[in-house]
Write a new protein. Structure first.
Length: 720
């Protein structure tokens, strides 16, 4: 056993002793006697105790007695800041712990660390110090390579990873200065001032080459963007089946006679949902939501299945889609292409004209999409009644109009039960062939996108309720209620505007949140209150427990409608088909009970990874776009207020920051309850949700930041 290992072993023995509730502080001699340490080993014991005192893990009193520190020890994940300090996120705790730059002990982004926190601090303002790096969190980095005499260094793209990686010449793969590379860390520093060492595992290309910027982001999130040979061979074999054969229709309901359409974005290629609507003799409407039967081609345990589970979801970037499944499936045999016979799982729902569901049926089917429609086209027909389009699609117009009426009725019913609709625009990034951003604009929802959302929600709820009541193992989409602490913050905040959020035992119903948003609709405080309410919400995830979806005010909810791009949907399709064909025997029930918790956890994890990658890629392109508009003036809205500055979101969805140091007309104090900065002398206020004109002063692609300064508003006559 090495000296270091022996020291660690002694430390564990001493810490275990002092953590005992019955332990009373003792001197060195008393500890030695208690642990039966001979006199010849007492110097080693004293050395171990001194090391623990230096680290703050135990304390020594003036009388020389050793005991527990007046601090608590926690373990969590270190999140570094480019300026050297960091925060530790402790599992199960709401607030992070601040770590000053001289107390990080060399911890790097993503490391699991043990920290000491002095007792008696306010939860939201706790400060601590790292005493041990338990496990390193990052083993691979993406960065810019700079060649040097005996090798080179990799400068990480991630600004939070504040250390460069030294690469010996023999480990450089022949990289040249200016290339983006993937580097694997082979040696972490043991002492302060030591360098990280690594070896290059992949050359991504010149930093300025088209597409390399976003490829670098993909690699930084460890998202696979190529398929194994085994996976591609399996996909090619499946794709050879080509058109649906009549001999394969046994047990499937033939729905090809239904008038069926797909409605998607102009650029969509993976069409996994189609809809139909028939008027029944009793005056009710039969809505069909037909979902691509991907599980017919992706068999459990095969290479395609393992790949799909590993990826969890497709990833949508400004210049590409990284699909969950190879394009031979996602854009081919599984896609509900116009005029092609396709296997599907259909959820047929009968509704009254007012949107009340009276019955439903879930079945395996074969369908044929009659027309491939786009959101733009359908919106022009049902909202604007555009004459040329109405004439071109004359045979579909009556059905589309009835679909629109039914969607509105379903939406009204959801609204009545408390459905919360946060309608903030998403970003649309327009690139040129070289990958340079030409335009950033808000991607607004319209009546056609809402129609599809309404029908997919109806199918997801229907499927979830059906299988929950059957007590069959399943994967649900859940959204838990906000925490009492966050609700109290929101309640205090809205009280500043004369609004009340009634809490009962620290809880609230979706209906009360909805009422709050309806009260401010159309007022100056609408955006402000909506943003604060959105921040109060928890993050949705996947679970084997059907605990409901708070934001949708739904007791039963799952993801059934996108098996081409989401693994949970594919997984529950298997369960549904197995139940429809054979029922669910005890052996298969136990199988699913065993595997589904892991599926839910993996799906939640990969979904978060994809979302973070997508956001990061869009932020990068936004910064690149704003570099072309330095010193220009834009109108925006205050989207966040902190003690350090003001976040402003422009009408094109780009957001940036005005630092407090740039507000030179006064000294500003942060009012946390009202989420505003207030001038000490002028009493000028910068408040969440208020409009603000700004000038762009800088944009940094590496840090993903855009800097603004406030710009005086134009007089009313000049604005006109």
């Amino acid at each position: 056993m090495t000296h270091e290992e022996l020291l660690k072993k002694r430390e564990k023995v001493l810490l275990k002793l002092m953590e005992d509730p019955m332990y009373q502080p003792m001197r060195l001699r008393e500890i030695a006697l208690f642990l039966d340490v001979p006199k010849s080993k007492r110097r080693d014991l004293e050395e171990t105790l001194s090391a623990l005192v230096r680290e703050g893990r135990i304390r020594i009193s003036k009388s020389g007695k050793y005991g527990k520190p007046e601090k608590e020890e926690k373990e969590g994940i270190f999140a570094a800041n480019a300026k050297g300090f960091g925060f530790v996120r402790i599992p199960g705790e709401e607030h992070d712990v601040f770590i000053p730059r001289d107390k990080t002990r060399g911890a790097l982004q993503g490391d699991t660390v043990r920290i000491l926190i002095p007792r008696g601090q306010q939860l939201e303002r706790r400060e601590g110090r790292v005493v041990e790096i338990v496990a390193r969190g990052v083993s691979r980095l993406v960065g810019y390579y700079r060649r040097e005499n005996n090798g080179g260094v990799v400068i990480p793209d991630n600004a939070r990873f504040a250390a460069d990686v030294v690469v010996p010449k023999k480990e450089s793969l022949g990289a040249e200065t200016g290339q983006k590379v993937v580097v694997e860390i082979t040696r972490y520093p043991k002492e302060k001032g030591e360098a990280l060492e690594g070896r290059i595992t992949e050359l991504l290309g010149r930093a300025t080459a088209p597409g390399v910027d976003l490829t670098s982001i993909v690699r930084s999130f460890d998202i696979p963007d190529s398929f194994s040979e085994e996976c591609l061979i399996e996909a090619a074999h499946v794709a050879k089946r080509g058109k649906t054969e009549e001999t394969e229709l046994s047990g499937r309901r033939d729905l090809r006679a239904l008038c069926t359409v797909t409605i998607d974005g102009e650029d969509s290629k993976d069409l996994d949902d189609a809809i139909s609507l028939d008027r029944l003799e009793n005056g009710n409407l039969l809505l069909g939501v037909h979902i691509a039967d991907v599980s017919e081609y992706v068999r459990e345990g095969g290479a395609l299945d393992r790949t799909a589970l590993n990826r969890g979801t497709s990833v949508y970037l400004p210049d590409r889609v990284i699909p969950m499944l190879p394009v031979a499936l996602s854009n081919g045999i599984c896609s509900l292409n116009e005029g092609e016979d396709r296997f599907a799982l259909s959820c047929l729902m009968e509704f009254t004209p007012t949107g009340e569901q009276v019955r439903h049926d879930i079945c395996e089917s074969v369908i044929r999409s009659d027309r491939r429609l786009t959101y733009t086209t359908v919106n022009q027909i049902v909202t604007n009644h555009e004459p040329e389009l109405c004439e071109h699609y004359a045979e579909l117009v009556p059905m589309l109009e009835e679909m629109d009426d039914l969607a509105r009725a379903l939406r009204e019913r959801r609204s009545e039960r408390g459905y919360i609709d946060f309608d903030f625009p998403e970003s649309k990034v327009i690139l040129n062939p070289a990958g340079k951003p030409l335009e950033i604009r808000a991607y607004e929802r319209n009546e056609a996108t809402r129609l599809i959302e309404d029908f997919m929600l109806a199918a997801n709820e229907t499927v979830a309720k059906t299988y929950c009541l059957k007590h069959i193992p399943f994967v649900y989409r859940i959204h838990e209620a906000p925490t009492t602490e966050k609700l109290q913050v929101l309640k205090t905040f809205v009280a500043n505007f004369g609004l009340n959020l009634p809490l009962k035992n620290g809880e609230v119903t979706p209906r009360e949140i909805q009422k709050l948003l309806l009260r401010v609709e159309g007022t100056e405080t609408e955006d402000l209150v909506s943003r604060m309410a959105l921040r109060t919400m928890t993050q949705a995830s996947y679970s084997v427990d059907c605990v409901g979806h708070f934001g949708l005010a739904s007791r039963y909810y799952t993801h059934f409608t996108s098996p081409i791009r989401r693994y949970p949907d594919l997984q529950i399709h298997r369960i549904i088909k197995e139940h429809l064909r054979n029922g669910m025997n005890a052996k298969r029930t136990e199988h699913y009970r065993a595997v589904l918790p892991g599926v839910a956890e993996q799906a939640s994890k990969t979904e978060r990874r994809a979302q973070e990658c997508e956001r990061d890629a869009v932020k990068f392109k936004k910064c690149e776009y704003m570099e072309q508009h330095i010193n220009e003036v834009f109108d925006g809205i205050i989207s966040g207020v902190t003690r350090y500055g003001i976040y402003v979101e422009l009408k094109n969805t780009v957001d940036g920051m005005i630092r407090v140091s740039e507000l030179r007309d006064d000294r500003y104090q942060f009012n946390e309850e009202k989420a505003e900065l207030v001038g000490e002398f002028t009493k000028k206020r910068y408040r969440l949700g208020e409009p603000l004109r700004v000038r762009v002063t800088g944009a940094d692609r590496l840090l993903r930041t855009v800097d603004f300064i406030p710009e005086p508003a134009l007089p009313a006559d000049e604005e006109d």
